[in-house]
Write a protein that binds this ligand. Structure first.
Ligand code: F6R
Length: 608
């Protein structure tokens, strides 16, 4: 996820573009840049770091010009650095491009260009687009962009300008969002409405597979095949602050609703049409996977809970003994780790001090270190031998949601990759995983429909002091994360445990009306979980079950059921967590809490 901004009109472009980027910084903030056209030349100014650094550079060296494009970056290809910052140009500086998303076939495009003698100034996929557009250019930017994107595959949005046609911008949307703002003799273009809202409320939304040609006087939309498109304008009525959250009252809710897209991004270019799995930054040496005798997962908080799902998967599917350890405990322990161990360090930020320390210990003991992280160029990613980026985009709310879900997706991809290389993955399971993962973004979309019911149920939970979460196997791993979500934002005490553990003590706390949330999706232990429901019901508990839409049994036992779409049991965590996130969110909202910044907590815990 990155932010794109463009302006063409009678005013100076640079301040307008930088201001728009400031309002898009929630989409990425590891580097920023602009390109401005002064009628004869294009000038690019860009830098690693937050937008304030770019603004400082522009104060020192102002650039004049009436059309410009800009970008605030959340790295996916190439670490955050000056040279990887956008905009990117072709070697002659004729074409300039900013881009949000991923060009999946960029490596093959780059190799073809390199074989023809092209030299690249960055490691990004975007620069390839600038080369292609420049090569295709014969006096008409629109046609050059159309031909170039015809060669690119992926989910992205891009905007291009060229030296020879001042005052013109051409943009394409392939999944990643793009809106045009219509001013009075001026036009704007952005990834999202907040960037342009204080200039105009008159918006045109660009759809997938469309190309838009923009000058100060107007815009023209076509499909990529050249078919003209008529599109109605929208009048935006949100205020600027609401708009930054996409109209959602909190970033947490926005991020919950971004999970289908985030999952698509995480899978993009990794689970290929033919079923192959390509993990671009994971390069195990020959023989390593065959000789692997242990996977050691280390993380904290929500990332640790993602690790609990990983343990279930790796042991069940790969038959590799897997341990999950809190990083703050492991860093002071004496773990049994060696060259035949794969350490999987999971961290959204890639900066959690305890996780870095535990990962460092694993490396010292000779383990190969694989980072599963959301932040390209983070300390964890730099210190690891292999990296799997989750591509969830920046997560602003302290309570992690989309980062967690994409960590799980990363673990499924890893299970497929390792299982195939070891030759241990049952072909039927392999096929189930591939088909199931492909369909998971749509299933996540369906699971989000639980929100309406979560709002109503939240009323029942909001006045309680304690909530219990139970489940078995994968359901237990999800219950633990559901419980953390509940406590960290609603401040209602909650505890999670395997369903079979209740009777060994905690059952003493269950009395009339005690809320117990039961995740019940695993067919092989279904009846056992029903027994646990009966145990708590017999003590007067109010039971809320999270179960498949076609589970006709569960309503006989539970008081309420939050339904999730049917998926193969092995993939259920990818959907069963969603109603729990929504429930926690609405309980916190009902209690009137500061949901995005809960008390006493910080997004990144960079101290011990
Ligand atoms: C909870 C939450 C935290 C983090 C934990 C680790 O919603 O976000 O528990 O998961 O602090 O952070 P990262 O993943 O950045 O290492």
């Amino acid at each position: 996820m990155c932010g794109i901004m463009g302006y063409v009109g009678p005013r100076e472009a640079a301040p307008i573009v930088v201001d728009g980027l400031r309002r898009l910084e929630y989409r990425g903030y590891d580097s920023a840049g602009i390109a401005v056209h002064d009628g004869t030349a294009l000038t690019v100014t860009k830098t690693e770091g937050k937008l304030a650094r770019l603004a400082g550079l522009l104060d020192e060296h102002p650039v004049a010009g009436r059309s410009g494009i800009g970008h605030t970056r959340w790295a996916t290809h190439g670490a955050p650095s000056d040279r990887n910052a956008h905009p990117h140009t072709d070697p002659g500086g004729e074409v300039v491009v900013v881009h949000n998303g991923i060009i999946e076939n960029f490596l093959s495009l780059r190799e073809t260009l390199a074989a023809a003698g092209a030299e690249f100034a960055s490691e990004t996929d975007t620069e390839v687009l600038a080369h292609l557009i420049a090569l295709e250019y014969d006096g008409d930017l629109l046609e050059a962009v159309r031909r170039a994107v015809g060669m690119a595959e992926g989910a992205y949005a891009l905007v291009a300008m060229c030296r020879q046609e001042p005052g013109r911008m051409v943009a394409v949307r392939m999944i990643s969002p793009l809106v045009v703002g219509i001013g009075d003799g001026e036009m704007f273009l952005a990834s999202d409405v907040p960037a342009i809202l204080h200039h105009t409320r008159d918006i045109v939304v660009i759809d997938n597979g469309e190309i838009v040609d923009i000058t100060a006087d107007g815009w023209k939309i076509e499909k990529l095949d050249g078919t003209p498109v008529e599109r109605d304008r929208l009048e935006i009525t949100w205020d600027a602050e609401q708009a930054e959250r996409g109209g959602y009252p909190h970033f947490m809710l926005k991020e919950i609703f971004e999970q289908a897209n985030a999952t698509t991004e995480t899978l993009s270019g990794r689970l290929l049409e033919d079923g192959r799995v390509v993990l671009e930054d994971v390069h195990f040496p020959p023989g390593f996977v065959a000789g692997l005798d242990k996977i050691w997962i280390t993380a904290c908080g929500t990332a640790y809970h993602a690790g609990l799902v990983g343990k279930e998967l790796f042991e069940r599917l790969l038959r590799i003994p897997t341990e999950v350890g809190y990083a703050h405990e492991l860093r002071y322990s004496d773990p049994i780790i060696q060259g035949t161990t794969l350490t999987l360090a999971i961290s959204q930020s890639g900066e959690t001090a305890d996780t870095l320390a535990a990962a460092g210990l694993a490396k010292e003991r000779g383990s190969r270190l694989l980072a599963l992280t959301n932040v390209v160029g983070s300390t964890l990613s730099r210190e690891s031998t292999d990296v799997l980026y989750t591509r969830a985009g920046p997560e602003i709310a302290v309570a992690s949601t989309k980062a967690y879900l994409t960590m799980l997706v990363g673990e499924y991809l890893l299970a497929l990759a390792i299982g195939r290389e070891r030759g241990v993955l049952d072909p039927a399971i392999d096929a189930t995983l591939v088909a199931g993962l492909r369909g998971i973004p749509a299933k996540i979309g369906e699971a989000l429909a639980a929100e309406e019911q979560a709002v109503v149920l939240a009323g029942r939970f909001a006045g309680r002091d304690d909530v219990y979460f139970i489940g078995r196997g994968l359901d237990h791993a999800v219950a633990v994360e559901g419980s953390l979500k509940m406590k960290e934002i609603s401040y209602v005490h909650s505890e999670a445990m395997p369903a079979g553990e209740l009777k060994h003590g905690t059952l003493a706390l269950v009395t009339e009306g005690t809320p117990v949330v039961v995740v019940i999706t695993q067919g092989d232990v279904y009846d056992k979980t029903v027994s646990a429901i009966q145990e708590v019901k017999a003590r007067g508990a109010f039971v809320l079950a999270v179960a498949y839409e076609d589970d006709e049994q569960v309503a006989k036992h539970a008081d309420e059921v939050l339904r999730i779409p049917r998926v193969p049991d092995v993939l259920s965590p990818l959907v069963s967590i969603i109603p729990l996130q929504l429930l926690a969110y609405h309980v916190a909202a009902a209690r009137g809490h500061d949901i995005d910044q809960p008390r006493n907590l910080a997004k990144s815990v960079t101290v011990e």
